[in-house]
Design a protein around this ligand. Structure first.
Ligand SMILES: [Zn+2]
Length: 274
């Protein structure tokens, strides 16, 4: 278990450094200042995520897989199948369930209180992938624990999924412009920065598109997919107007979900009704 943590931290660090390099060499938007206070705020959120995950280590998805395996619980433990087939099905199924989780974070006002802290970043880059309120990390851990326990996948499949999840979170928010020939190919299958940035727009309609985390299949299937040209994406404004009007520092962000607030029109349910 400790080995997989080291491998995950190592790969996560390599991925982050590679994205920093890509952001420097080929940014979607060339910012005047690279290391702003905003980036350091996002780094503090990473510490919050690490702290929450360490405190709740028994709630990790890997622990759930180990627990399900030793108790013969979960679909793949009750109905075993070829290891390669169950591995692929697990990755695709978890990707879909994370897509549903993201939609739920937008659709339920209580959960949106926490998720909007992630959306309040007005300047997107790889560190936006760190920016999750500890409350959202807690919900995410509980959700993943439950679904992994019910599916009963192999520990290896869950470890690989967690590596892909954290790497794609950095990649899809990063300020990196892919060569157009790669963008065209990748966006047919995966969520890229150019597609996920649309989801972070202050525009209500755009904020309810491109919920996927790795595959764009689910967005295409459930009609939440949209794609813009590069100039259209670089003209977008990001953030959550209600929060950004009140400041954007780390302490305010931590306390914001617990304040008496009116939940904004970024909520999925409300905008569909409008
Ligand atoms: Zn979102």
């Amino acid at each position: 278990m400790e080995n997989q943590t080291l491998i995950r931290v190592g790969l996560f660090s390599v991925c982050f450094l590679m994205l920093l390099l890509l952001e420097w060499r080929s940014p979607l938007v060339r910012y005047r200042e690279v290391w702003t206070i905003n980036r350091f705020t996002n780094m503090l959120f990473l510490l919050g995520t690490v702290g929450t995950s360490r405190l709740l280590i028994s709630m990790s998805a890997v622990s759930a897989a180990a627990f399900a395996q030793s108790n013969d619980f979960g679909i793949f433990n009750v109905f075993p199948m070829h290891v390669g087939v169950s591995f692929i099905i697990t990755l695709i199924l978890l990707d879909f369930l994370i897509y549903l989780q993201h939609i739920t974070m937008h659709a339920v006002p209580f959960l949106w209180r926490f998720h909007q802290i992630h959306h309040a970043d007005e300047r997107l880059d790889a560190t936006t992938g760190f920016r999750f309120h500890p409350g959202e990390i807690f919900f995410s851990l509980a959700y993943k624990w439950l679904i992994v326990f019910l599916i009963g996948p192999s520990i290896l499949a869950v470890v690989v999924f967690e590596i892909v999840l954290s790497s794609f979170s950095l990649f899809s928010h990063s300020n990196s412009k892919l060569l157009s020939r790669y963008q065209v190919i990748l966006e047919r299958v995966f969520i890229t920065p150019q597609t996920h940035w649309i989801h972070h727009s202050v525009g209500v309609v755009e904020s309810q598109k491109n919920f996927g985390f790795c595959l764009c299949l689910w967005d295409r299937l459930f009609k939440t997919y949209t794609c813009y040209t590069l100039p259209e994406v670089t003209r977008l404004k990001f953030g959550v107007a209600d929060i950004n009007a009140q400041g954007n520092n780390f302490q305010d962000m931590l306390l914001y979900p617990f304040r008496k607030i009116h939940c904004s029109n970024y909520l999925l349910r409300r905008s569909r009704r409008d």
